[in-house]
Write a protein that binds this ligand. Structure first.
Ligand SMILES: NC(=O)c1ccc[n+]([C@@H]2O[C@H](COP(=O)([O-])OP(=O)(O)OC[C@H]3O[C@@H](n4cnc5c(N)ncnc54)[C@H](O)[C@@H]3O)[C@@H](O)[C@H]2O)c1
Length: 272
């Protein structure tokens, strides 16, 4: 069975660990790390098969794991991704926004080739990336409109230089329109889906992002439009938030579990 090291014991990390512990993912969780020791301890207490809590994130890949799973933060990706590959381990990344920094993307892409290892980016909170990847050479336009309750957008850097008062919004209101590249620094906590879309398609400078604050919604909705020589694709994903972390959609967690299950299984693989 494959051995897994887990970085980040929050909403996503906990559900991944439980999926391994209950046999949904055929693997062994051998090591975990979280910047909050309490979170690591709490996670381990929920598991029948106890992984070792390591003292820092770099120690995860110094143990003989097959893959390190990141479910922590963009900073964590910047800190450990290269050393995981150098230690000849595969890597699954949830904090995908980190890869919109082109220098990081290029370094990690080269390292995958140099060390013959793979980085997995689950589809996360969206669907349709299989189609977008297939037609990427024929894409002429690609955009995503994300609609969330104003409280899910609070704290974003964008509001430091904006007159918009989220508490005063009474009907659906477009608060940002630009490229995925611009959105990454202004809405870092909401950018993972736009990052995934642009990396699958035509890049972050050509991928349009619109963010709508809707005080009447209880869902995180993503509407994707792609057009080109192949024809046209539209996808709308209406996500319920996870109960433990409302910023994270349930689909993002299930997508991470499915990616890891596929990595750990020998089977017929469906989909592009
Ligand atoms: N790809 C997607 O579609 C998608 C969807 C949702 C969330 N995410 C991203 O996945 C990551 C995890 O999400 P979550 O909902 O589990 O978050 P969470 O806040 O519930 O848990 C994150 C955990 O990681 C720990 N952590 C943060 N930075 C760390 C670091 N540098 N080193 C070690 N531990 C660190 C925190 O202490 C926390 O326990 C976030 O970056 C989030 O933006 C991606």
């Amino acid at each position: 069975m494959k051995k897994i090291g887990l970085l980040g014991c929050g909403a996503i990390g906990t559900q991944i660990a439980l999926a391994i512990d209950t046999g949904k993912i055929p693997a062994i969780l051998t090591h975990v790390y979280d910047a909050s020791k309490d979170s690591s301890i709490e996670l381990v207490s929920k598991l029948n098969t106890k992984p070792e809590i390591v003292e820092n994130s770099h120690l995860l890949s110094s143990h003989p794991v097959n893959i390190v799973v990141e479910a922590a933060s963009q900073d964590a990706v910047k800190d450990i991704a290269l050393s995981v590959l150098q230690n000849k381990r595969d890597l699954m990344i949830m904090s995908v926004g980190a890869l919109l920094d082109e220098s990081i993307y290029d370094i990690l892409s080269d390292a995958c080739k140099d060390f013959n290892k793979t980085i997995y980016l689950p589809s996360g909170a969206i669907a349709g990336l299989d189609g977008i990847k297939s037609i990427k050479n024929e894409l002429e336009s690609l955009s995503i409109t994300t609609t969330k309750h104003p409280r899910s957008l609070k704290g974003a850097k964008f509001f430091e230089n904006s007159d918009i008062n989220l508490d005063a919004i009474l009907s659906p209101t477009t608060i940002f329109e630009g490229t995925a590249k611009e959105a990454v620094s202004l809405f870092p906590a909401n950018i993972n889906v736009a990052a995934l879309l642009s990396l699958s398609g035509i890049g972050s400078e050509k991928t349009g992002v619109k963010i709508v604050a809707d005080p009447n919604t209880d869902k995180n909705t993503h509407h994707i439009e792609a057009a080109g020589k192949f024809g046209k694709m539209t996808f709308t994903i209406e996500n319920f938030p996870d109960t433990t972390n409302p910023k994270t959609s349930r689909l993002a967690i299930l997508s991470a579990i499915e990616t890891l299950r596929k990595y750990c299984s020998n089977e017929i693989q469906i989909g592009t």
